[in-house]
Design a protein around this ligand. Structure first.
Ligand SMILES: Nc1nc2c(ncn2[C@@H]2O[C@H](COP(=O)(O)OP(=O)(O)OP(=O)(O)O)[C@@H](O)[C@H]2O)c(=O)[nH]1
Ligand SMILES: [Mg+2]
Length: 195
C-alpha cells in the first residue's frame, strides 16, 4: 500500500509562538490519550516510525507538525482525558489547543481518533461540537478495530454513526491490520482539498 513517501517530521510546539508559519493547508489528528492518533498517522502515511506511539497515555504533550506533501501538513495533537495530569499541565494544554483551533487558518479539518472499544465519550462530542462551531469538518476513526469481533465492530460503527449524526462522518480503522486505511486516506485528501 503506497503512502506519502515525502512525509517527514517538521517540528514540535509547546506554545503558540512555536507554531509553524500559517501557510498552506493542514489536517489535525485529535482524540483521547492513547486513542491511537499517532499510530493512525503512521498507518495513513505508510511510515511506521513517523509519529511516536506509546503505551503510556498522555505521552504527546506537544503539537507535532509533519510535512505530507508540498503545502500540506498533518498535525498530531496532544491527547485529552488523561486523568493523572497536574492542573498546570491541563491549563497549558487547554490554552495551546484553544489558540491552535481558533487561530489556525491553514487548519482544514479534523480526524478524530476514538478507541472503538470505548466508543465516543463526552469529551469527543465536545471536541466535535467545538471544532464544528469553528467551521472545521471532522471525520471519526474508530481505532483498534482489530480488537473487536465483526459483530461488535458493526454495532460500534452503528452507534458511533448515530452519535455523530450531523457532526462527523465515521469509519472503522486499524493501524495494526490496515483495516480502513485506504478509506481514511480518501477522507484526509477530501478534507485537504476543501477550500
Ligand atoms: N491492537 C491495536 N493497537 C493499537 C492500534 N493503534 C494503536 N494501538 C496501540 O495503542 C497504544 C496507543 O497508541 P498511540 O498511537 O500512541 O495513541 P495516541 O492517541 O497517539 O496516544 P497519546 O499521544 O499518548 O495521546 C499503543 O500501545 C499502540 O500500539 C491498532 O490499530 N490496533
Ligand atoms: Mg500520540
Amino acid at each position: 500500500m503506497p503512502g506519502y513517501t515525502e512525509a517527514r517530521f517538521l517540528t514540535s510546539a509547546a506554545r503558540p509562538g512555536q507554531f509553524l508559519s500559517d501557510a498552506g493547508v493542514e489536517i489535525a489528528f485529535a482524540g483521547r490519550s492513547n486513542a491511537g492518533k499517532s499510530s493512525a498517522i503512521n498507518a495513513i502515511t505508510g511510515r511506521r516510525q513517523l509519529a511516536r506511539t506509546s503505551r503510556t497515555p498522555g505521552r504527546t504533550q506537544l503539537i507535532n507538525f509533519f510535512h505530507l506533501a508540498e503545502g500540506r501538513r498533518l498535525v498530531d495533537l496532544p491527547g485529552y482525558g488523561f486523568a493523572q495530569v497536574p492542573d498546570k499541565v491541563r491549563d497549558s494544554w487547554q490554552r495551546l489547543m484553544e489558540t491552535y483551533f481558533e487561530e489556525r487558518k491553514s487548519l482544514r479539518g479534523l480526524l478524530l481518533a476514538v478507541d472503538s472499544r470505548r466508543g465516543l465519550g463526552a469529551m469527543d462530542l465536545q471536541m466535535l461540537d467545538w471544532t464544528g462551531s469553528l467551521g472545521r469538518p471532522a471525520h471519526v476513526l474508530l481505532t483498534k478495530s482489530d480488537k473487536l469481533s465483526r459483530s461488535e465492530a458493526a454495532s460500534v460503527l452503528r452507534e458511533a454513526t448515530a452519535a455523530c449524526e450531523g457532526r462527523a462522518s465515521v469509519q472503522l480503522f486499524s493501524a495494526e491490520t490496515g483495516d480502513g486505511v485506504v478509506a481514511a486516506r480518501a477522507q484526509l485528501e477530501a478534507l485537504l482539498e476543501r477550500g
